[in-house]
Unconditional design. Sequence first.
Length: 220
Amino acid sequence: MGYTLNFDAVWRSLELLLQGLALSLALAVVAILIGAVLGLALAFALKSKAWWLNRPALVYVTIVRNLPILVLVLFSYFALPQMGIALGKIESFVATLAVYATAYLAEVFRAGLQTIPRGLTEAGLAIGLTRGQIRRSIIIPLMLRNTLPSLSSTLISLFKDTSLAAAISVPELTFEARKINVETFRVIETWIVASLLYVATCSVIAALLRALERRLAIPR
């Protein structure tokens, strides 16, 4: 018997998919904001000549980047409560994604810091700026502009990683799609619509970030 496509059941549940998509975006934004702040601090630690800053930062980045994020998600939700650290499903996933984002963004920012000429720091010191002022006013803005292409791909990748929250029953887009699939048995239709929502969202994010890149680009 041939399979006949019928999207009616999926359209009736479209609101659930959109709610799941909104939650996915919220999870990604919060985790990325936390990860960006911590990743920036970690990037400066990686660049530091002080071993007590450099070594722990390097160990953290190496371990986290070499662990599958699903393992971190399951460890955070199922293992940490056994150690007395109990978090809700959403809080647990946001914390895990932030930990993961921190490690990846630290490497992105570290690479960006290496592109900044040392002469800029010396010039800033020569006109009386403190090292903190130089970092805030010169180094960080230039680094962010230089790393925007890499930052864009990392942000999109982290947004797609929110689908792993379904493993601990967070009602994001993949979880809602799986729920509709089980209730309606419209397997192909459900995952086609969910996939299109992911593609459309990633495309919009990419377009916005490309527009930002063009706006911040140095005129040639």
